[in-house]
Design a protein around this ligand. Structure first.
Ligand SMILES: C[S@@+](CC[C@H](N)C(=O)[O-])C[C@H]1O[C@@H](n2cnc3c(N)ncnc32)[C@H](O)[C@@H]1O
Length: 245
């Protein structure tokens, strides 16, 4: 069933409380990419909208937004953060994409394997659907995780904390199959106690050259980028700007 596989209530809260800066810091560079490619107004479709901060920035800059994300908990947050956007629950692997001026996907959303066999074939089909949804000259901008996202030594354990939450993250993976596995133990304050939950996320990692090839095949003119404006991608993250010819 859509919506039950990842970013349930507590991890969605933690994503918003502790990790919203990625979307916020990306926003000015992303807006520049849109404008530089002639997308100064119109409808932007955001795949994996999360807690909606990028959508809110788009609304503030005069764009309309339709977002697609499969997490109902993200939907609750996003509706509060960006009330002017239209958010849908669903998987971007199958959801109908409306005719639009640009498509964005921020924060390695296209790597996740929630309930689908994420594969190059699945991406090929998604790229074709994005191409058909875009107007001529429309832009597709996204970032994604590459094989370098796998740590040298596995598992790599790290932790992050806020005032009323903490997460313990263990990253491991399979280099031969280009799979990354993140086990996230989440603690969130509930009354006087902390509630514990666990999510396991699997990501399929892609090489930039393979995605550029698939985008070219779909009809795009595509190029790799090293970041969104002043936000440079961390190691193992890459980005692409693809324009519909
Ligand atoms: C790391 S978060 C990024 C969220 C947001 N774009 C940001 O930058 O803060 C990944 C998001 O992708 C969503 N997601 C992953 N796979 C998805 C799919 N197949 N369909 C819809 N949403 C998906 C998750 O629910 C989550 O909200």
């Amino acid at each position: 069933m859509a919506g039950v596989r990842g970013y349930r209530e507590d991890l969605a809260f933690v994503h918003d409380a502790g990790f919203r800066d990625y979307a916020l810091n990306a926003a000015s560079g992303l807006l520049r990419v849109l404008r530089a490619n002639g997308v100064r107004e119109g409808l932007i479709v955001d795949l994996g909208y999360g807690s909606g901060h990028w959508a809110a920035e788009l609304n503030r800059s005069g764009y309309d937004v339709v977002g697609i994300d499969h997490s109902p908990s993200m939907l609750d947050l996003a509706r509060r953060v960006a009330p002017a956007s239209k958010f849908r629950i669903g998987s971007f692997w199958s959801a109908k994409l409306p005719a639009c001026d640009a498509v964005t996907s921020i924060g390695e959303c296209l790597n996740y394997c929630f309930g689908v066999s994420n594969s190059r074939v699945a991406l090929r089909s998604l790229f074709g659907r994005v191409y058909r949804a875009l107007r001529a000259g429309g832009v597709f901008v996204f970032d994604f995780a590459e094989p370098d996202r796998l740590p040298m030594q596995m598992p790599r354990r790290s932790w992050f904390e806020g005032r009323d939450w903490a997460i313990l993250v263990s990253v491991s993976g399979d280099r031969k199959r280009n799979l990354l596995r993140r086990e996230i133990v989440c603690f969130r304050k509930a009354g006087k106690l902390f509630r514990r939950s666990v999510e396991i996320h699997t990501l399929r990692l892609y090489q930039t050259r393979d995605l550029l090839r698939e985008l070219t095949r779909a009809g795009f003119k595509a190029r790799a980028i090293g970041g969104y404006g002043h936000l440079r991608f961390p190691e193992g993250i890459a980005g692409i700007v693809a324009v519909k010819d």
